[in-house]
Design a protein around this ligand. Structure first.
Ligand code: 3HC
Length: 311
């Protein structure tokens, strides 16, 4: 028989209610949330690097200001999510140190380089577009702090996606060289953005339990389909071609038929052998070390102030 706490937890989940930090929860529920929320936070922080690469080289002051605002938003998303994870008992240091030691996952998508300005458009349109598809359902996650963090993050993601679309639209209305640059960026970012949603449903060990606990509301493949359905009409407006010759909508099944995704590459990236993983972690490590003096000064100041208050 379930204990009173297990019965209470089960009743809240069955009623599609919210679990709050002080509520009893199964250890496995706590563990999978720390896993997912900390990885989500790491993704946001590492995700600042590919775009920061173009802040000093943006083609206009307007583009520079927009890109700075977007990178700053990603930092904020990371901090909301680290704070949400901390309500489950993990510490900021534990999460930071795991990432720096290469022991924590972050989204595969940030393992790719950003060689041209058009990458800023492709990231906004494809990566933030995929993030929106994945994150809107997370606003209804059963764990309160996570769902509430998502509401604010999704509002900012829609600005991120629109500014990316607009960068590509401007390039596609430009010279042939600009059009080629935009198409090249879409070709490089399309397949990795589909992999952001995770492995196929029949190779997703966490999905079933996450869905039973109302953390995950749709399966990886369902959200991937929804994302492609969003991209197809927008690609037509942009005048870019999605790099999948097999891609077509199958009326009978109501689904998009697409080429096989390269899961070997995905697994290589998850094993830490992605194209940019070493550089991303080194950059994170250097930033953490360069910032040590700020953390020490803040801690010393807080200690001094606490002593003054006691005196
Ligand atoms: N990158 C890295 N690891 C991934 C991954 C990806 N794209 N997709 C799946 N994985 C990992 C999972 O973490 C899991 O490994 P673990 O058990 O060691 O954690 C394993 O692959 C199997 O995948 P599952 O489908 O079983 O795992 P989940 O149920 O956790 O589903 C997920 C994966 C859909 C990514 C889910 O964790 C999720 O929704 N996470 C929150 C969203 C998120 O992290 N988004 C990051 C996008 S980047 C971003 O938001 C920045 C944007 O603002 C630009």
């Amino acid at each position: 028989d379930p204990t009173p706490e297990e019965a209470q937890f089960g009743a809240i989940i069955a009623a599609d209610g919210r679990i709050e930090p002080r509520d009893w929860m199964p250890d496995a529920y706590r563990r999978t949330l720390v896993r997912q929320i900390s990885q989500h936070a790491h993704s946001e922080i590492i995700g600042m690097q590919p775009e920061a690469n173009w802040i000093t080289r943006a083609p206009s002051l307007k583009r520079k200001a927009i890109l700075m605002a977007k990178v700053q938003d990603e930092a904020g998303h990371g901090l909301y999510l680290y704070s949400a994870a901390q309500t489950l008992g993990t510490t900021r240091d534990d999460m930071m140190n795991a990432l720096i030691a290469g022991k924590a996952r972050y989204s595969s998508i940030f393992n790719y380089p950003t060689p041209t300005w058009a990458d800023m458009g492709a990231i906004g349109w494809l990566v933030d577009g995929a993030a929106i598809c994945n994150q809107v359902p997370l606003c209804r996650a059963s764990y309160g702090p996570y769902g509430r963090a998502m509401v604010r993050i999704c509002k900012e993601e829609s600005f991120h996606q629109r500014q990316g679309f607009e960068i590509l639209l401007e390039l596609m209305r430009g010279t042939p060289a600009q059009q080629r640059m935009a198409q090249d960026a879409v070709d490089r970012w399309y397949w990795p953005s589909l992999q952001m949603f995770g492995p196929p449903d029949d190779q997703s060990p966490n999905s079933a339990q996450s869905m039973e606990w109302n953390i995950k509301r749709f399966t990886n493949d369902e959200l991937r389909q929804r994302f492609v359905g969003m991209l197809v009409p927008q690609a037509e407006v942009l005048g870019v071609t999605l790099p999948d010759p097999e891609l077509r909508f199958d009326e009978a099944s109501g689904r998009y038929v697409m080429s096989e995704i390269d899961w070997t590459e995905f697994n290589e990236v998850l094993a830490g052998r992605g194209p940019m993983n070493a550089e991303r972690l080194k950059r994170r490590r250097d930033a953490h070390e360069d910032g040590a003096w700020v953390r020490e000064a803040a801690a010393a100041y807080a200690t001094k102030r606490a002593a003054e208050r006691r005196a």
